[in-house]
Design a protein around this ligand. Structure first.
Ligand code: MLT
Length: 395
C-alpha cells in the first residue's frame, strides 16, 4: 500500500513567506500604481561583490577547458573552500578538521535535512518565536515539539528546562526574528544542559556576521563542551548575498555522538546518498568570500544593511514604538503600537503606507502582537519607509 506522509496535513496551508508573497501580489494587482517597499523576507538587495563575480567567471572558464573542467565533486565540498572555512573559525579560536565541514546549498535545506540522521517521533525543543522552517520540517517528520518561550521577560532568549531533556534543541543566534543574541554565559548554560541531559543542539548561525559586540559568540563552538553536543549550520546567503546562488555549510564535530554513534559519520553517509554537492562555480565564488579583498567589500555591505536597521530602530524609538534587535542583527522586532494583532498591523502597513513587513505571529504564537522589519532593503527605500512611519504616527 502507498499513502502520503500524513504529517503534511498538520502543516498550515502555506509557508509564512509564500503567504505574504501571495497577499502582496494581490495588493499589487489591485493597486498597480502604488509603490511597495519590501521589508518582509530577509532577502538581500545589494548585488554580489565584484571579486566574487570575477571568481564565478573564472570558474566558468575552468569548466570550458579540458584541463580544468570539473565533473562530480565530492559531496562534502571542495577542500579549498573547507580549508578557508576552517581558517575563518580558527580566527575565533575554534579548531576544526575539514572532515567536520560539509558544504551545502544553504542553511534552510540542512536545517530540515539534518532530521534524516535522527529517528522519527523524537522530542524537539524549539524557541518561540523563531524561523518557521524548523517547526515545519519537524512536523513533516512527525516529531514532538516542545516550545520554549521567548518574551520581554527574558529578552527573547529562552533557556532550557526539564521538559527539554533528551531532545533535539534548535537555537538561532542572532535570532531570527527578534535579533536577540545569546551571550557566552547563557550559551554555556545551554551547552552544559545538553551534555548533562542527552540533547543535541542544532545551532543556526546564519546571521553571525551581523554581530558587532565583541563579547558575543559567533559560533557555538566558542563554548567549552559544545563539540560534544552541537551541530552548527551557517549560510553565505546574508553575508555574501547568495540568497539566489545557494551555498552554506554544516559543521558536525567528530565528537558528537548519540548512543555512541558518530553523527558526523551518519551525515557523511546521508550526504553521499542524497546529495551530489554544490556546483564548482558556486563553491569557487563562496571561496572568494574569504579573500582579504572580498572581506573588505563584505564589511561595507554589512555596514550598509546595519545603517538601515539602525535607522529603523532609531525612527521607531523616536516614535515611542517599542523595539528590539537591529544592533547585532539585520532585523528589528517591534511591538505593534496600538495593540494591533500581527496580521492587522501587516494590513495597516501595506494598505496605509505601502510597506511590507513580516507579522510576528508567523514566527510562533509568542510573536503575536509583534512585527518584523528588515534592514536588507535599499537605503533609499528604508529612508522612504521611515518617513512614512513618521508622517503616519505624528498625525
Ligand atoms: C527570513 O526572512 O526570515 C529569511 O530570509 C528566510 C530564509 O532565510 O529562508
Amino acid at each position: 500500500m502507498i499513502d502520503i506522509n500524513k504529517n503534511f496535513t498538520q502543516l498550515s496551508e502555506d509557508y509564512l513567506f509564500r503567504n505574504i508573497a501571495l497577499k502582496v501580489a494581490k495588493f499589487r494587482e489591485e493597486n498597480p500604481n502604488k509603490k511597495i517597499i519590501k521589508m518582509g523576507i530577509g532577502d538581500v538587495s545589494l548585488p554580489i561583490t565584484k571579486n566574487i563575480v570575477k571568481s564565478f567567471h573564472k570558474a566558468i572558464d575552468d569548466m570550458s577547458k579540458k584541463e580544468t573542467f570539473k565533473g562530480y565533486g565530492n559531496e562534502q565540498g571542495y577542500d579549498f573552500l573547507r580549508e578557508n572555512i576552517k581558517k575563518y573559525y580558527q580566527n575565533r579560536n575554534v579548531i576544526l578538521d575539514i572532515d567536520e565541514i560539509f558544504i551545502s546549498d544553504g542553511a534552510k535545506s540542512d536545517l530540515g535535512n539534518i532530521l534524516d540522521i535522527f529517528d522519527n517521533n523524537i522530542n524537539v525543543t524549539i524557541s518561540n518565536p523563531v524561523y518557521p522552517a524548523y517547526v515545519d520540517a519537524n512536523i513533516i517528520n512527525g516529531n514532538k515539539i516542545n516550545f520554549i518561550n521567548g518574551d520581554i521577560s527574558n529578552n527573547f532568549l529562552p533557556t532550557l528546562d526539564d521538559k527539554c531533556k533528551e531532545s533535539l534543541v534548535y537555537i538561532c543566534s542572532p535570532n531570527n526574528p527578534t535579533g536577540a543574541v545569546y551571550d557566552k554565559d547563557s550559551l554555556k548554560n545551554i551547552v552544559d544542559f545538553a551534555n548533562r541531559n542527552n540533547c543535541i543542539i542544532i545551532f543556526d548561525s546564519a546571521y553571525e556576521i551581523f554581530i558587532e559586540d565583541q563579547n558575543l559568540p559567533h559560533s557555538i563552538f566558542e563554548i567549552d563542551g559544545a563539540k560534544n553536543c552541537a551541530i552548527e549550520i551557517c549560510s553565505f546567503s546574508k553575508s555574501a548575498g547568495f540568497t539566489g546562488v545557494r551555498c552554506g555549510y554544516t559543521i558536525i564535530p567528530k565528537e558528537v555522538k548519540l548512543n555512541k554513534i558518530s553523527l558526523n559519520k551518519l551525515w557523511f553517509r546521508r550526504q553521499s546518498t542524497k546529495f551530489n554537492g554544490v556546483s564548482y562555480i558556486t563553491q569557487v565564488g563562496a571561496n572568494e568570500f574569504f579573500s582579504e579583498a572580498s572581506q573588505k567589500e563584505i564589511v561595507n555591505i554589512v555596514k550598509y544593511y546595519k545603517r538601515n536597521s539602525k535607522l529603523i530602530f532609531d525612527t521607531l524609538t523616536k516614535l515611542n514604538i517599542l523595539c528590539y534587535g537591529g544592533v547585532n542583527s539585520p532585523y528589528v522586532w517591534l511591538k505593534t503600537p496600538n495593540k494591533e494583532s500581527s496580521w492587522e498591523y501587516f494590513d495597516l502597513l501595506l494598505e496605509g503606507l505601502g510597506i511590507v513587513g513580516t507579522p510576528g505571529v508567523g514566527f510562533g504564537k509568542n510573536g503575536e502582537g509583534y512585527f518584523r522589519l528588515t534592514g536588507f532593503s535599499s537605503y533609499e527605500d528604508t529612508i522612504l519607509a521611515m518617513n512614512k512611519f513618521e508622517e503616519f504616527y505624528k498625525k
